[in-house]
Design a binder for this molecule. Structure first.
Ligand code: IPM
Ligand code: MG
Length: 351
């Protein structure tokens, strides 16, 4: 098959980890006879420095024309809170532009890494979570105001926004344990009350085989650590999903391992690791590329329909970890640690 993939390295460790995912995609393309046209474009802080905007027109056009977008990470100290133009709004704009309202963040624990987690290994056995985070609404996109002595962020959700993300969760739950926990703060927030009502209605009416349960976000934060294997699909709004997925990433032992897929109504998607640009280790070649490599696998699965190829990448990553490949974030003090490129090599060797 032919497919065009826009590649946005971004800032910090972004370009380093994306380079490894690109090598994996190229290898899969060659091996399986697919013609992937990979085109890079500036995005984030680096684009601000060059073009005065985090999402330049040429990048926008490239992403809109592509079948999928692979992104590293954005942000860094040179574009901090005091900077006149910041990179984060460009990411929100890109998500909005591509209409990717459903952010999937799968979290599993590789058996060989149970000991590397800060959580007790016995708690981690059998953990297999799928976060479905709403990505283009809520407090991230509400009206913001600021005056001398106050500031506001509006959080707004429409029935339609909640219905469509609930359907995504429902469809995915059907392929898993058919169990959704919807997470909110409906004891306090009006938007959360709407989430509870709408998600309950959609699941009952359209997915009668799926169970839906509701949980307050503070309790969910606790139960995720206390009894993570009881969860299957976790459905939540933009801000809570951002926070809970960083927390849940600790189950897998490192934020560096985790991929994400952001999808809309069509096939086009945006794929990025859930970690940030890690400016403290940028340029050293030590970042873990696995989150981005697994994001490339999700890209093949969700945007290109290449399930077998996606599984091949996932199996190669699992095999590399099983045979002891560890970047610094996964190191347990024994054995040599691999750099970004070497971890890429380890995955390629398994492929
Ligand atoms: C994420 C990131 C982004 C978010 C930031 C960089 C705007 O934390 O993808 O989780 O909050 O969505
Ligand atoms: Mg985040």
């Amino acid at each position: 098959m032919r497919a065009s993939i826009a590649v946005l390295g971004g800032d910090g460790i972004g370009p380093e980890v994306v380079a490894e995912a690109v090598r994996v995609l190229e290898a899969i393309g060659q091996r399986s006879g697919h013609d992937f046209s990979l085109q890079a474009a500036p995005f984030g802080g680096i684009a601000i420095d060059q073009f005065g905007t985090g999402l330049p027109d040429q990048t926008r056009e490239l992403c809109l024309a592509a079948d999928a977008v692979l992104l590293g990470a954005i942000g860094g100290p040179s574009w901090g809170p005091a900077a006149p133009v910041r990179p984060e709004p460009a990411l929100l704009e890109l998500r909005r532009l591509l209409g990717v309202y459903a952010n999937l963040r799968p979290i599993q624990v590789h058996p060989a890494l149970r000991d590397a987690s800060v959580i007790k290994p016995e708690v981690l056995e059998g953990v297999d979570l799928l976060f479905v985070r709403e990505l283009t609404g809520g407090i991230y996109f509400g009206r913001k105001t600021r005056d001398a002595d106050s500031a506001t962020d509006e959080c707004r959700y429409s029935v339609t926004e909640i219905e469509r993300i609930t359907r995504v969760a429902g469809r995915l739950a059907m392929t898993r344990r058919r169990q959704i926990v919807q997470i909110d703060k409906s004891n306090v927030l009006a938007t959360s009350k709407l989430w509870r009502e709408v998600s309950e209605r959609v699941i009952h009416a359209e997915f009668p085989d799926v169970q839906i349960e509701h949980m307050f976000v503070d309790a969910a934060a606790m139960h995720l650590i206390r009894r993570p294997r009881d969860f299957d699909v976790l459905l939540t709004e933009n801000l809570f999903g951002d926070i809970l997925t960083d927390e849940a990433a600790m189950l897998s032992s490192s934020l560096g391992l985790l991929p994400s897929a952001s999808l809309g109504d069509g096939r086009r998607g945006l794929y990025e690791p859930i970690h940030g640009s890690a400016p403290d280790i940028a340029g050293q070649g030590i970042a873990n590329p696995i989150g981005t490599i697994l994001s490339a696998a999700l890209l093949l699965r969700h945007s290109l329909g290449l399930e077998a190829e996606a599984q091949r990448i996932e199996a190669a990553v699992a095999a590399a970890i099983s045979s002891g490949a560890r970047t610094a974030d996964l190191a347990n003090g024994t054995g040599a640690t691999l750099g970004t490129r070497q971890m890429g090599d380890a995955v390629l060797a398994e492929l």
